[in-house]
Design a protein around this ligand. Structure first.
Ligand SMILES: Cc1cc2nc3c(=O)[nH]c(=O)nc-3n(C[C@H](O)[C@H](O)[C@H](O)COP(=O)(O)OP(=O)(O)OC[C@H]3O[C@@H](n4cnc5c(N)ncnc54)[C@H](O)[C@@H]3O)c2cc1C
Length: 450
């Protein structure tokens, strides 16, 4: 008992600085505060949330990118609960359904109490628009993945895993799925990470393969509540302060003041810049990571006859460069009016009414061209009229490219200087769950080390 008390008193006196207030930094801060450490968090932007935050677009509040979570995001759901949020109210839960506006495409079918594997087989057999050969090719490939216990060699890409799959299934299922998970095409996405995501989504627990779609802005989904929770517990949060130099922990500086440990919760590029003179090898691993953009186009449909889409998320026809010259850019459309209809803030519900968001992954086009292509997609494929494009938000370095064999940096930089974030060594690609998991894991290591 005496040992426990003295160890917790020692921990109260220890201070940890966290640089970066994205989902990883916030999760690390929450874990450290819970473990009894004193935390100071410094964020470059005026608000918290990092790459999953709320932004202003023509005076409307939207997300910097439309996000989608999975039932398998157990760390994310649990940290939301910890700060007093109700994930069940904030996230619309939908059984895995990747059908397009014509209701063609894959979805899980059958009673939900059946094992997901059976629902997958039924979904494949019942998939509208696929031939028998298409269905058979996917089932055979899936059987191989199960037989290998969802493992494969590190150098294989998702494209390699699709070797026996027909072009129809590749274009209409594997490719959009891969873009949704990795934000990279099949040939640039790691096969082993894909299989791990598939295993965790399909086999972890009931509902782990469900799509969880935000019914609130990304800021409301976690960062704002996390900020309040941390403030209430005495955590010092400094916003709009971009650090140019990396603060060093006491043990590595000549000063006797300063933090006992520092966690860099920045994106890979910023971390590399801050650390280049401290640990060159670590910094160059960060700089070597490639990044890809995601664009989200917000469209308002003023047609009085339009009420809502049939489902709040729909897949769009894949681009076929041969016949449309690659003009289609977006892979998914979300109905924000549908999702926000029961939002507790009536102004927010009203401003999202009849608002759609279109997600274009792995983009390289300028925003005006993306907006124009989305406008065409909405008219031709969704048969919508009276469309007003609010604008396109592009995050140029939205995700790191989780390519086959990518070597990701570890989370220890030097003694008492750590890093967390979606790009560090971990089981998942660039995702919210990867970021949260990394933050919590590093916080535990720091607390243990101190
Ligand atoms: C458009 C878009 C769509 C996405 N879609 C999905 C999705 O559907 N599902 C999913 O799971 N994931 C998605 N992601 C990925 C997900 O958002 C990220 O993986 C996650 O937010 C990363 O969190 P992080 O805390 O690791 O990093 P970040 O969010 O990048 O946080 C780093 C923070 O550090 C701050 N910072 C940097 N340098 C400094 C400095 N020198 N001083 C102080 N502060 C600094 C930054 O301002 C930032 O707030 C998407 C990302 C984008 C951009």
């Amino acid at each position: 008992m005496a040992r426990l008390e003295s160890s917790s008193i020692r921990q109260v006196l220890k201070t940890v600085w966290i640089i970066g207030g994205g989902w990883a930094g916030l999760s690390a801060a929450i874990e450290l505060v819970d473990l009894g450490l004193k935390v100071r968090l410094i964020e470059a932007k005026k608000q918290l949330g990092g790459r999953a935050r709320t932004v202003q677009l023509r005076s409307k509040e939207v997300d910097n990118g439309q996000h989608i979570l999975l039932g398998a995001y157990k760390n994310t759901l649990s940290v939301m609960l910890r700060v007093g949020l109700k994930p069940d109210e904030l996230l619309y839960r939908q059984r895995l359904d990747l059908r397009n506006a014509a209701s063609k495409g894959f979805r899980l079918i059958g009673y939900q109490w059946l094992p997901v594997g059976i629902q997958f087989i039924l979904g494949t057999i019942g998939c509208k628009g696929w031939s028998i050969l298409d269905k058979f090719s996917l089932l055979m490939a899936a059987a191989k993945w199960v037989y290998s216990d969802f493992n494969c060699q590190q150098h294989l890409s998702v494209s390699d895993l699709c070797s026996g799959i027909t072009n129809c299934v590749k274009n209409n299922f594997m490719s959009p799925l891969c873009l949704a998970v990795f934000n990279t095409p099949l040939e640039l996405s790691s096969g082993s990470v894909f299989l791990r995501v598939l295993r965790d989504a399909l086999l972890a627990h009931k509902g782990s393969s469900d799509l969880l779609i935000p019914r609130a802005d990304m800021g409301e989904l976690f960062p704002q509540a996390a900020q309040q929770w941390l403030n209430d517990r005495g955590c010092e949060i400094t916003l709009a302060h971009r650090l140019k130099d990396c603060p060093l922990p006491k043990s590595s500086s000549l000063m006797d003041t300063g933090p006992d440990a520092v966690i860099l919760a920045c994106d890979a590029k910023s971390s590399a810049r801050l650390v280049s003179s401290i640990n060159e090898a670590w910094a160059s691993q960060c700089s070597d990571l490639l990044h890809a953009a995601i664009s989200t186009t917000y469209v308002h449909c003023t047609d009085p006859e339009f009420i809502k889409l049939e489902r709040p998320i729909m897949m769009l026809e894949p681009s076929n460069a041969e016949d449309d010259f690659g003009e289609k850019t977006a892979q998914f459309v979300f109905d924000r009016g549908f999702l926000f209809q029961n939002h507790s803030n009536l102004i927010k519900a009203a401003s999202n009414k009849k608002m759609l968001s279109f997600v274009s992954s792995y983009t390289s086009l300028p925003n005006e061209l993306i907006s124009a292509a989305v406008y065409d997609q909405a008219r031709k494929e969704l048969k919508l009229r009276d469309l007003e494009i609010l604008g396109t938000v592009t995050e140029k370095s939205a995700t790191f490219c989780c390519t086959p064999g990518t070597v990701r940096p570890g989370n220890k930089i030097i003694k008492n200087l750590w890093a967390c974030g979606d790009y560090l060594e971990g089981p998942y690609p660039s995702t919210i769950e990867g970021a949260v998991m990394s933050g919590i894991q590093v916080a535990k290591m720091v607390a243990y080390d101190l």
